[in-house]
Design a protein around this ligand. Structure first.
Ligand code: SAM
Length: 262
């Protein structure tokens, strides 16, 4: 029996219906799949059967014997820390430049770096991942909701985000302290010129920086720009000096970036 290791965020899934729902939602039939943290192979058993080629990273070498039972000819597991690996190079070598779909019941302490890696690597097209419920709420949130923040807007600029299923903590063994959610990110055509994307990210981050300040104050201080110039851009979006960041949609932030810097 494998003893779950807390330091590796090991909480395992066993419910067959839930596992199938996650794998089905990822739509990986005959596609290339990257799994992060296969653990005892709960998802792996279904993925390997359905995918074209399969590669995984698992930090815990002691799971090698268990996991190897699930592998077939077109599958492989790298026993390494995903965050310390040369992922771009590994993927390119193994999948030869073809599109890849990411799946992972991730340990929560590495959710954010994994999402940024996913965004950074072109070859990765979708990510179906388990996240802490509060994080998932921010990922799918829309303007004017309490959970809407800079992360919501930046993520939704690069991807379409959808809720796959809410997962009660009791579905895991051992039971963690928080509930979870499976979300799916699908990369999309981005709307701004590459040269403006960094500005967009900066504007979104600055806008949400001081929650109690208005958008106008946050931006004029952070961007070191004239208030009048920013106010004029806001007005062209039918917004005024009292507007706060949470009332702007992703498209509003895009338009604001263009008005200010195009
Ligand atoms: N996928 C399995 C399941 O659904 O039952 C296990 C999920 S468990 C929440 C997370 C898994 O990620 C563990 O097997 C853990 O050892 C592995 N892991 C943790 N940190 C990792 C890292 N930095 N790189 C690769 N795998 C990691």
């Amino acid at each position: 029996m494998h003893q779950a290791k807390k330091r590796f965020g090991q909480n395992f899934l066993t419910d067959k219906n839930l596992l199938k729902k996650i794998v089905d939602s990822a739509q990986i039939h005959d596609k290339n799949v990257l799994e992060i943290g296969p653990g005892l192979g709960a998802l792996t058993q279904f993925i390997v059967k359905d995918a074209k080629k399969y590669l995984a990273y698992e930090i815990d070498y002691s799971l090698k014997d268990v996991l190897e039972n699930f592998l077939s000819e077109d599958s492989n597991i790298i026993f390494q820390d995903f965050l310390e690996s040369d992922v771009t190079n590994d993927l390119d070598t193994y999948f030869k430049g073809e599109p890849i779909h990411l799946i992972g019941n991730l340990p929560y302490y590495i959710t954010t770096p994994i999402i940024f890696k996913f965004l950074e690597i072109d070859q990765l097209k979708t990510a179906t991942i388990m996240v802490q419920k509060e994080v998932g709420d921010r990922m799918i949130s829309k303007k004017n909701l309490k959970s809407y923040n800079a992360f919501s807007a930046i993520l939704q600029y690069f991807t379409d985000v959808r809720l796959v299923v809410n997962v009660n903590r009791k579905m895991f063994n051992p039971v963690p302290k928080v509930d979870s959610m499976v979300v799916q990110l699908t990369k999309k055509e981005t709307k701004l010129d590459k040269s403006l994307e960094l500005k967009f990210i900066q504007i979104v981050k600055l806008s949400f920086m001081h929650k109690r300040k208005t958008l106008l104050n946050n931006l004029s201080t952070g961007l070191n720009e004239d208030k009048a110039k920013i106010l004029e851009s806001l007005k062209s979006l039918n917004l005024d000096e009292k507007t706060r960041a949470e009332s702007l949609s992703v498209d509003d932030f895009i338009t604001l970036t263009e008005k200010l810097y195009k």
